[in-house]
Ligand binder design. Structure first.
Ligand code: BGC
Ligand code: BGC
Length: 863
């Protein structure tokens, strides 16, 4: 059973330009072999599936003549410098002058002088220092203004006190391109105050698999919505092309990212492989570019992902033939955070192949000096073709000229009062109201009256970090406090405001507790509003292996049930960066609102939930689902173009006040049924530990250490350390070092025992990638535990000794081997541990149980 509603916004599911998107796309079986872009170009490339677009702006002879003049003066060193973009933690204005650097960025959670509290004026002062260094010709050379880029992805989110708009997924629910344009304008103004000229937004990913950790950066799974929004956001950020203020002093250079296919990687793995046929790449994943490019977007960011095995950063066909030639893009292509290093033959400090393929600027946060030197040498030797280098420089200069950087006209710079001003906050609050989607409303429980006793519960109720999500003050959105959000309003504060003066009372208790005297009138709560959901994350840290909400704890479900059992009607306000499987929580709620990640203006929630004192609705629910909502836990890829489209709520669904709620109170709570009855791989550590599994270090005599960040160690002597390292992508592996002072383990442990017996029945193997850096001289065991009284240890020393040191290899172990040693797979508390008695140095990645893999396992057991 699935619920739908006509979308009344004029944005059709499939627009004309996306002809064919209504058909179910065939899956590709023609995977080009590993020989790279040349192969795609020769065999796979079918340019006709891409629309032929004219450049958005006509060639301006005056602009081109100015560039000719500049380029005639520039040395090779100066040209190469334009291609290099370091991060502000690793570069000084002196470096900019000395190396003629063309650009800088601040990464997520990076601030002037490493100071989170830096004021807008301090941001501006630093931008001036960099600008002046770039224009300083006292040692000779050509003055070329530097361009600073920042991820202003939901407002100027690295700057304390800035207005934080809902993340893109919430904006998608509004189906209101004009709202998006106004948000682009407001964000540009706040960024302009800090002297920054360029934003790495909008993200125009069209997400297919909702487990992707960047789903919330996407406006919608519907290409038509992404297209319309990309256009509106570029217009808001840069101004209307042809108009007076296009790229003017209050505007920024915008970036459409990440070219291309970022939202379509296999299993939603961030930076993974997109395997769709070219037609689908063009019709679904490129949709946003058909909005952004004609609007005149000046920058495009290359994506980390690959397409059929070939990394975008080295993809000549997609970067040059398609984007620049077929789609007429005449701005520049910036790389993404060392993304060039994954191109075959490249390292972080050397990658001619990326430039030759069509990348124009390297985003190279810390290793820029070596990359600069090597790129210069490659330009001198001709390994980078002279025309290609000149073309890259020309594109960068073109954008700088168009954006007026030479004139250095910054009318808003330093005007700190614009940052987080009332007007911008009112706009964000409007966006919050429009982003809310009502999914369930039994007996018209909503709207609430502000004259009632309202119990406000849940750990999201008074929690600005949680309502703002990732890319907020810090990169992951974690580690912040209330003080990091000056001027912001939590959802609870908004509720309090709405009932104050109307005769009601709002009482906050995270745990949903109340006493006889909690409310002034001595009565019970009339209703509970429970605000709960995902904790902040960004990028691959947020990738999931299952769509099930709170796989590990179900703590919020317990809270909902507790309130219901006391006869209190429950309104759930769900904070999340994506649709999730919440059947159990929905069954336990009388009303359910998807609120996404609303940002700093939490009062927008109460604006819609509460009537005025007289009982009149103040704001209707107008939001409709930007993504299809799953009914079954396995529905991670759920889009209307699929023949077997059976969501719980269809794309575009959303109730209004007065409409009858149709969803059952008895949705299936079986989270184990898969589409075809098959078992998926059980992931324990893929990039990072997967819920419910946590990485832990344990050794005798020491408290266990949970590895949460990039590095952790056990004991004052750091006997055992675990650190994140790169195997195929950033931080996707863990290096584990034992000093051998005491025996100890590193394990993947769960709080609650997990029933993995189906894996045993289906002949699964434990598989991992492993690199042994020092051969073990003492016993090493692979361990699986099933509670205190139940462990199975398998000797591994010989197997590890047999591996080629320093090389990544696959290792797989038949699960049956652990049964022989006493494992009970119906209650696994530790899915995999390595226990070493002596010194050992190794690295692991991709730890999982793979069904039907026992037969081919390296280590087999008969049972
Ligand atoms: C930076 C982010 C960046 C990420 C890339 C972080 O350290 O702060 O801006 O996106 O690394 O992996
Ligand atoms: C992200 C980009 C971001 C960049 C700079 C990367 O890790 O993928 O979206 O713009 O970091 O922070």
């Amino acid at each position: 059973m699935s619920f739908s509603r006509q979308m009344g916004t004029g944005l059709l599911l499939c627009s004309a330009i996306l002809a064919g998107c209504g058909e179910r796309a065939a899956t590709s079986d023609a995977k080009p072999d590993a020989s790279g872009a040349a192969q795609v170009e020769a065999a796979g490339g079918d340019i006709s599936v891409w629309p032929k677009l004219e450049p958005a702006l006509p060639k301006d002879p005056a602009v081109e003549a100015r560039i000719d003049e500049l380029m005639a003066q520039m040395s090779l060193e100066e040209k190469v410098g334009q291609l290099i973009q370091p991060e502000i933690k690793y570069v000084t204005p002196e470096d900019v002058k000395k190396y003629h650097l063309g650009s800088i960025l601040n990464g997520g959670g990076s601030y002037p002088h490493n100071n989170k509290l830096a004021s807008p004026q301090e941001w501006h002062a630093l931008s001036e220092a960099f600008y002046e260094a770039s224009m300083d010709t006292s040692d000779g050379g050509t003055a070329i203004p530097i361009i600073w880029g920042s991820d202003a992805v939901h407002g100027h989110n690295n700057v304390m006190g800035a207005t934080l708009f809902p993340h893109n997924i919430g904006l998608g629910a509004a189906r209101d391109p004009d709202l998006i344009r106004r948000i682009g304008e407001a964000t540009a103004r706040e960024v302009a105050v800090t002297g920054i000229d360029w934003t790495f937004s909008p993200t125009v990913a069209v997400v297919r698999d909702d487990r992707w950790g960047r789903t919330y950066e996407s406006y919608s799974e519907d290409p038509a919505v992404v297209k319309a929004y990309a256009e509106a956001m570029v217009k808001g950020t840069q101004g209307e092309k042809g108009s007076e203020n296009f790229l003017g002093g209050e505007k920024l250079v915008a970036t459409a990212k990440h070219w291309i296919g970022d939202g379509g990687t296999q299993r939603g793995i961030d930076r993974g492989d997109n395997q769709v046929p070219e037609k689908e790449l063009a019709e679904v994943h490129a949709a946003g570019y058909y909005g952004a490019l004609p609007a005149g977007v000046q920058a495009v960011m290359a994506s980390f992902n690959s397409w059929n095995g070939d990394r975008l950063h080295g993809h000549k066909y997609l970067l040059t033939d398609v984007l620049k030639e077929r789609l007429g893009f005449d701005g520049f292509v910036v790389g993404d955070w060392n993304g060039h290093k994954f191109v075959p033959g490249c390292t972080v400090d050397s990658c001619a192949a990326a430039i030759n393929a069509g990348l124009d600027m390297f985003m190279v946060p810390s290793d820029w000096k070596e990359l600069y030197k090597n790129t210069l040498a490659q330009a001198q030797s001709g390994e980078i073709r002279a025309e290609r280098l000149d073309d890259a420089v020309r594109r960068i200069l073109r954008v700088k000229v168009r954006a007026g950087l030479f004139e250095h006209d910054r009318p808003l710079a330093g005007k700190k009062d614009i940052v987080g001003n009332d007007e911008h906050r009112a706009l964000a609050r409007e966006a919050v109201r429009k982003s809310l989607v009502l999914l369930k409303n039994n007996d018209q429980l909503l709207p609430l009256k502000p004259t009632q006793n309202i119990l406000v519960a849940g750990d999201g109720a008074d929690n600005l970090a949680k309502q703002s999500g990732g890319w907020t003050i810090t990169w992951q959105g974690t580690g912040t406090t209330r003080e990091d959000f000056p001027g912001a309003t939590s959802i609870f504060e908004g509720i309090e405001e709405a009932v104050k003066g109307a005769g009601g009372e709002a009482v906050l208790s995270e745990q949903g507790e109340f006493a006889a005297d909690s409310f002034a009138n001595g009565e019970k709560p009339d209703v509970a509003i429970v605000v709960f959901g995902e904790n902040p994350y960004a990028e691959w840290h947020g990738d999931l292996s299952s769509l099930e909400y709170q796989v590990a704890t179900k703590a919020d479900l317990a809270l909902l049930k507790k309130l219901k059992s006391q006869g209190i009607p429950v309104v759930s306000v769900f904070l999340s960066g994506r649709v999730l499987w919440v059947n159990k929580e929905m069954n336990a709620s009388d009303a359910f609102v998807a609120a996404w990640l609303p940002g700093s203006e939490g009062a927008g929630v109460a604006d819609v939930l509460f009537t005025d004192a007289e009982g009149n609705v103040r704001h209707e629910f107008t939001g409709t689902l930007p993504f299809s909502w799953p009914e079954q836990v396995h529905q991670a890829v759920l889009n209307p173009y699929h023949q077997d489209y059976e969501p719980l709520f269809e794309l575009g669904y959303g109730l209004q006040y007065g409409e009858e709620s149709l969803v059952s109170n008895e949705l299936t709570e079986d989270g184990q049924t898969y589409a075809d009855g098959a078992l998926e791989d059980a992931w324990m550590l893929v990039s990072r530990p997967r819920s419910p599994w946590q990485l832990q270090i344990t050794e005798a005599g020491q408290a266990p250490v949970t590895v949460a960040g990039n590095r952790a160690a056990s004991g004052d002597d750091e006997n055992i350390t675990v650190a994140s390292i790169d195997m195929e992508s950033q931080e996707d592996a863990r290096r584990i070092q034992w000093k051998g002072l005491r025996p100890g383990s590193v394990m993947l442990a769960a709080e609650q025992p997990q029933d993995l017996s189906r894996y045993l029945k289906e002949g699964a193997a434990l598989t991992l990638d492993i690199r042994v850096d020092s051969k073990p001289e003492q016993p090493v065991n692979a361990v699986i535990a099933c509670g205190e009284d139940c462990t199975a240890e398998l000797p591994l020393q010989n197997a590890l000794q047999a591996l080629q040191p320093g090389e990544w290899q696959k290792l797989s172990i038949d699960l049956q081997c652990f049964v022989d040693k006493g494992a009970d797979f119906s209650r696994v508390s530790n899915a995999m541990a390595l226990r070493s008695e002596g010194a050992l140095d190794l690295a692991v990645a991709n730890i999982k149980y793979v069904p039907k893999a026992a037969e081919d396992a390296e280590i087999r057991c008969q049972g």
